[in-house]
Every structure is written in C-alpha cells, then in structure tokens.
Design a protein around this ligand. Structure first.
Ligand SMILES: NC(=O)c1ccc[n+]([C@@H]2O[C@H](COP(=O)([O-])OP(=O)(O)OC[C@H]3O[C@@H](n4cnc5c(N)ncnc54)[C@H](OP(=O)(O)O)[C@@H]3O)[C@@H](O)[C@H]2O)c1
Length: 296
C-alpha cells in the first residue's frame, strides 16, 4: 500500500512518516523545499508547494497513492490571525487542490483537523457543533467542510496539542520546550486555566493505522485520555525528567495578552475511537515515560 503524507517537514508529518515506513508501508512524503531529515527505508520525498495545484496533480499522477494523510497546514493560530490570506491559502486552498488531485484516483483521503474548530465547554464529541474562536479554527473548519462535500472516500481526524519525541530536523513540541527551559535553569510561566486532552503522536499513528486498515470513514477524535492544563503538563515533565519544578510559575491565561482567543475548557472525547478503532492511548504520564526512555 502506498501512503502519501503531506507536511512531512513538520512535527506530526515527520513522526507519521517514520512510524508508517517502519510498519512496512511505502511512504511518500511531501512538503515545501528540501527534506529536513534523513529518509527512512521505504521512504520517498517530493518537494511540493500545495498552493500550486498543477504541481499537486503532477505529484499524484506520479505516485498514485492509495491513502493520503493531509497534515500540512499553517498550524499556529497567531500566524493565521496575523496573515489571514496566507492562512486561507495554506489551510483551505491547499486542501481543495489535494481533493481535486485525489478525485481521479481511488484514494482514501485522511484530513488532519483540530479541537480548535470548537469553542468552550469541552471535551467535545464528534457530534458537537463547531464554533471556532479564532481564524485558525475557522480555516480548519472550512477545510473540513470541503472534505465532507467532496464525495471522496474520506476520514477527518481531530487531534489535540500533539507531543512526542523530537528527532533531528524537527521543531520541538511543548514537552521539549519545558525541558530545555528547566534544564538551563530558566523560570517559566505556564497557564493553569486552559484544559486540553493532549495527543501523544505514537497513539495518533496507532489510530491512523486502524483507520487505514479498516478503511474507516467519518470523523474521529484522536486525543489523549487525560484532561490536563499546560501547567500540569509542565509539572509532569519536571517530575519525569527529574528537573527543578520550582522554576515553574503557575499563572492564568490573562497574564499573556494574546490577540487570538483560545478556549479555556477544550479537549476532545475519544469514546468513538476507543469503540470503533480499539484506540487505547497511553496516559499522559505513561507517554512522557516512553518519550524519556526513547531518549536514553
Ligand atoms: N500541533 C498540534 O498540537 C496540533 C493539534 C491539533 C491539530 N493539529 C493539526 O495537525 C497537523 C500537523 O500539525 P503540526 O503542528 O505537526 O504542523 P507543523 O509542525 O507546523 O508542520 C506543518 C508542515 O506543513 C508544511 N506546509 C504548510 N503549508 C504548506 C504548503 N502550502 N505546501 C507544502 N507544505 C506546507 C509546513 O512547511 P514549512 O515547514 O516549510 O512551513 C510544515 O512543514 C496540522 O494540520 C494541524 O492543524 C496540530
């Protein structure tokens, strides 16, 4: 089976590339510019700018993928707020181009959405009504609607606050940021009043593999099973890595006057994935222990 993954120079894309190639799939990664990491065995890379529909179609005609996992996006809410036109191009138009390129092929299209399509009162189920609080969330919701209207065999997955190991050429996730600050003796302020259900990237890969194997369509929330604040996450990192937790200062979100609204109580319910995909994510602490063990 040939799997095409978009955005492989990004955090999630690179992880999925490694994991799925390691499971024996032929994986074709696409991203902008040169590849930023060593390609695994059974891994191929194609530099493709997704906002250019012609190059997207050419790449599909060359690769003829069975499955497309679309992770590429302008993924930072602040950037989307500051540059809404670029956000629409990268999050909505790029998705439209991929759907157009998929149409002539018998492809299973898997779109990466986010908990940011919802507002307050989480954790949300797949059936809750979207109500994005910021432009990033709006753009991802618009792209979801394109996927649903396309008539293509498709699945929408919604992860939350993705974390995992950091490999060469990869940006750090929140875990590495906390670790690096504490290891260098730098105090950090971390918010207590935003609740999330963070997704461990290895669990995400496991859920995706089930979706691919059983050709599941529809919407699936692939999140963690714990509801935690960033501050609780930071304390857990300090504990697992044996770092100085007194450097962590719990604060409320109003300490950071951000231009972008974020839900205080977000997060996603995972019962549907547990039931239909046998999705069994690790607890937040178990995942940190696994990340720690993989470093040594
Ligand atoms: N990170 C999270 O906590 C989180 C939570 C929920 C959902 N998600 C969703 O999960 C997906 C992956 O997130 P992530 O944080 O791993 O993203 P990321 O690290 O920001 O990576 C995104 C990648 O997409 C590439 N890309 C963007 N626009 C492109 C284009 N027009 N053509 C080709 N490549 C393009 C970027 O290229 P450059 O490197 O050149 O910019 C980058 O390598 C996104 O769809 C995001 O919305 C993320």
């Amino acid at each position: 089976m040939k799997i095409m993954i978009t955005g492989v120079n990004g955090f999630t894309g690179q992880h999925l590339f490694r994991i799925l190639a390691g499971k024996g799939f032929e994986v074709h990664g696409i991203s902008r510019g040169p590849v930023r990491f060593a390609l695994p065995e059974r891994g191929f890379y194609h530099p493709v700018e997704l906002t250019n529909v012609r190059t997207v179609i050419d790449c599909f005609d060359l690769v003829k993928p069975d499955v497309v996992i679309h992770t590429a996006a302008m993924s930072k809410p602040d950037e989307c707020h500051q540059n809404p036109q670029a956000c629409l191009l990268q999050n909505v138009e790029a998705t439209r181009h991929l759907l157009e390129a998929s149409r002539p092929h018998p492809v299973h299209f898997i779109y990466f959405s986010t908990d940011f399509i919802f507002g307050e009162h989480g954790p949300h189920s797949e059936d809750d009504l979207p109500a994005p609080l910021n432009f990033y969330g709006e753009s991802k919701w618009k792209a979801e609607q394109l996927v649903e209207a396309s008539g293509i065999t498709a699945t929408i997955v919604r992860p939350v606050f993705i974390y995992g190991n950091q490999y060469p050429g990869m940006r750090p996730s929140f875990i590495q940021w906390v670790k690096q600050q504490l290891q260098t003796g730098k105090p950090i302020q971390v918010v207590t009043d935003q609740l999330r259900t963070p997704t461990y990237v290895n669990d995400l890969a496991m859920g995706l593999q089930q979706i691919i194997t059983y050709q599941r369509q529809g919407v699936y929330h692939l999140a963690g099973k714990d509801i935690v604040s960033p501050c609780e996450m930071a304390f857990a990192v300090a504990d697992v890595w044996g770092l100085d937790a007194t450097l962590i200062e719990p604060v409320t979100a109003d300490v950071f006057p951000e231009p972008v609204r974020r839900a205080k109580q977000s997060g996603l319910q995972i019962q549907k994935a547990v039931r239909e995909l046998s999705y069994q994510p690790l607890s937040f602490r178990e995942a940190l222990q696994e990340i720690h063990a993989a470093e040594t």
